[in-house]
Design a protein around this ligand. Structure first.
Ligand code: PLP
Length: 397
């Protein structure tokens, strides 16, 4: 069967593929510890669930405006204004089913042939996929361990050419848990302020930070006019399955273009889900604080356990719920190691290269699962890597 040429430029997200393989093994009776999935293991807080049930009982069964119901756009505008210290109008906000479509739509709306887009590598794989799909040229900005996996802003400035149309930032970062600091953002702003370059700031983990506050380049003087902010409900409120996210666009004109893409694809986001979103933003945030506190305890334990494994070293992440341990001492491809861990140890983890070529030498583990499972999973990893070091275990290719 012949597919349109553009399909050959579309990538994928390995996490979903590894999950499928792990489920297949489970269906054959294997016990698998899941450390691959990027979603909180908590239930959505009760008051948010109650708001959705109420919405359904109240008759929210139909289409809504494509950009989102006014109450939610207003709540998002208020939330963004307060948390980013900027002035946001609801007509700059577009609500989407999950935050991912904001990546899809924004790149389709702004990027065309010959446009270069600088993106973090390792990074969320959908960036590179969508840059290519939109016809642009991806320019990888390596995240190096020496810089605590922060983007090297001096390097980003050097990578920029007259064709650079967009720079993607993701802080806190998936997969490394790194976070950009104020100096990084100030340098980027100084270099690109007033230029014909957009920042696409993926802030989906903005409320999951530990020893720092999440900072947005859009908060710096003059930068809101050239920054698209992506955020959403999936991670903060444990709502991955609800599909609810949003974009803050620098202008109502760009918001209208993104809305046209919504009209052409989804029509609108589910009505009761949007009502749940209003409850999430305006309601009690203590469940979110408790969840983040639980992540912090797990993070500390996981980093400690990983660093105890001979040949593994792991930095302390500052946000999100992932660790990115260095496994270079095993002199194997990360993908081979991930495969070995799945098949030999029964632990589903992701290869660093699932996030781009600069992820070689690392694995990504999610600590969004119970302490018991984390301890079991890391124990099994330690055992398998120990056997590998002694030469009593051969990875499958
Ligand atoms: N951006 C990053 C960095 C992510 O890690 C994810 C989800 O894994 C998303 C965006 C997409 O979030 P959503 O599930 O709301 O579409």
């Amino acid at each position: 069967m012949n597919f349109a040429e553009r399909m050959s430029r579309l990538g994928t997200e390995t996490a979903f593929e590894v999950l499928a393989r792990a489920k297949q093994l489970e269906s054959r009776g294997r016990r698998i510890v899941h450390l691959e999935i990027g979603e909180p293991d908590f239930r959505t807080p009760d008051h948010i669930v109650a708001a959705a049930i109420q919405a359904l009982q109240d008759g929210w069964h139909h289409y809504t405006p494509s950009a989102g119901i006014p109450a939610l756009r207003e709540a998002i505008a208020e939330h963004l204004s307060r948390t980013r210290g900027i002035s946001v109008s609801p007509d700059q906000v577009v609500v989407t089913p999950g935050a991912k479509p904001i990546i899809f739509f924004t790149l389709l709306a702004l990027i065309q042939k010959n446009d270069e887009v600088i993106f973090p590598n390792p990074g969320f794989p959908i960036y590179e996929s969508m840059i290519r799909f939109a016809g642009g040229t991806p320019v990888a900005a390596p995240l190096r361990e020496e810089l605590e996996f922060r983007m090297d802003v001096e390097e980003v400035i050097k990578l920029a050419t007259p064709r650079t149309r967009m720079i993607i930032l993701n802080s806190p970062n998936n997969p490394t848990g790194s976070a950009l600091d104020q100096r990084d953002l100030q340098k980027l702003a100084a270099a690109f302020r007033g230029k014909n370059v957009f920042f696409f700031s993926d802030e989906i983990y903005s409320q999951i930070t530990y020893d720092c506050d999440a900072l947005s380049i859009g908060s710096l003087p003059g930068m809101q006019a050239q920054t698209i902010i992506l955020d959403g409900f999936s991670k903060t409120y444990a709502m991955t399955g609800w599909r609810l996210g949003y974009g803050l666009l620098p202008s109502p004109e760009l918001a209208s273009q993104i809305t046209r893409l919504m009209i052409n694809s989804n029509s609108c986001t589910a009505a009761f889900t949007q009502l749940a979103g209003v409850a999430a933003l305006t309601g009690d945030h203590s469940p979110v604080r408790q969840m983040v506190e639980t992540f912090r305890v797990r993070r500390d334990r996981v980093v400690k356990l990983l660093n105890e494994i001979p040949g593994v070293s792991c930095r302390l992440p500052r946000g999100a719920f992932y660790v990115f341990p260095n496994v270079k001492s095993f002199s194997r491809k990360s993908s081979e190691l991930a495969n070995l861990l799945l098949h030999e140890a029964g632990v589903a983890a992701l290869s660093g290269t699932a996030f781009g070529r600069y992820g070689e030498g690392y694995l990504r583990l999610s600590y969004a699962t119970s302490m018991e499972l984390l301890e079991e999973g890391i124990g099994k990893i330690a055992e398998a890597l120990g056997k590998l070091k002694q030469g009593t275990l051969e990875p499958q290719t």
